[in-house]
Design a protein around this ligand. Structure first.
Ligand SMILES: *[C@@H]1O[C@H](CO)[C@@H](O)[C@H](O)[C@H]1NC(C)=O
Ligand SMILES: *[C@@H]1O[C@H](CO)[C@@H](O)[C@H](O)[C@H]1NC(C)=O
Ligand SMILES: *[C@@H]1O[C@H](CO)[C@@H](O)[C@H](O)[C@H]1NC(C)=O
Length: 207
């Protein structure tokens, strides 16, 4: 009898917690995205209750749903072509929701695929991959690389990861800019530069 009552109480507590969770993430924000938004706000000194608005031009069509967010941590790679620093690659590790464990990596394909996609993300366990093509970019802060909306050109592997991804956003960027060319008078054609950065990558699938 006593044992049955304890189990009943545990069940009530679990149901209650599930309800609270549902309220916090009630607008359909996955917990991995919620955690990274909080982390970014904290690092930028933005009040937790202030909403961060994603620029209109970077918004995903309404029939696509936000599924997962990874923190990307690594370098943006540049090559000087004589007049400009060209962003030709990236090398970053991916942490699901900012967890310590490395869940995947980000890089550019050697060449754009047949639909023009080149930036690629891959998960290790539950293997999956998605390649995307940038549709829109918006510089949100002048000390960080732009926020970007990309459309998937190819994806495969686990549908719980990137296998069904349709759109990807690069948000909440920190660093990653090329050298300030005017102050780097010594730059020679063909010179490389790696610029440390972090960003949040948000993955969407069709509803
Ligand atoms: C460097 O790249 C930019 C952008 O693609 C281009 O406009 C410019 O002509 C290039 N400069 C040289 C010297 O190739
Ligand atoms: C980018 O780097 C990856 C390895 O990290 C490499 O496989 C790929 O070919 C590179 N892409 C370009 C365009 O340099
Ligand atoms: C680039 O360097 C020049 C000269 O030092 C400076 O006037 C300019 O503000 C810098 N631009 C940026 C974007 O940092």
């Amino acid at each position: 009898m006593h044992r049955g009552r304890t189990q009943f109480l545990v069940l009530i507590i679990l149901l209650h917690q599930a309800l609270i969770q549902a309220q916090v993430y009630g607008q359909g924000i996955p917990s991995s995205c919620h955690k990274l938004e909080i982390k970014y706000k904290r690092s930028m000194g933005i009040d937790a209750s202030d909403a961060i608005h994603i620029p209109e031009s970077l918004q995903v069509p309404a029939d696509h749903k936000l599924r997962l967010c990874y923190l990307g941590q690594g370098v943006q790679k540049y090559k000087f072509n004589g007049t400009e620093w060209i962003n030709f690659n990236a090398s970053a590790v991916l942490h699901l929701g900012g967890q310590n464990r490395i869940g995947g990596r980000h890089f550019y394909l050697a060449k754009p695929d047949n639909l023009g996609g080149q930036p690629t993300w891959e998960t290790f366990s539950s293997w999956s991959t998605v390649t995307g093509k940038a549709l829109e970019k918006t510089s949100v802060r002048n000390d960080a690389i732009a926020w970007v909306l990309l459309q998937s050109t190819h994806s495969s592997g686990s549908g719980k990861r990137f296998g069904q991804a349709t759109y990807i956003q690069r948000l909440f960027t920190v660093g990653g800019l090329p050298p300030n060319t005017t102050s780097l008078t010594g730059a020679v054609t063909g010179q490389y530069f790696e610029s440390p950065y972090t960003a949040v990558y948000a993955y969407y699938t069709k509803q």
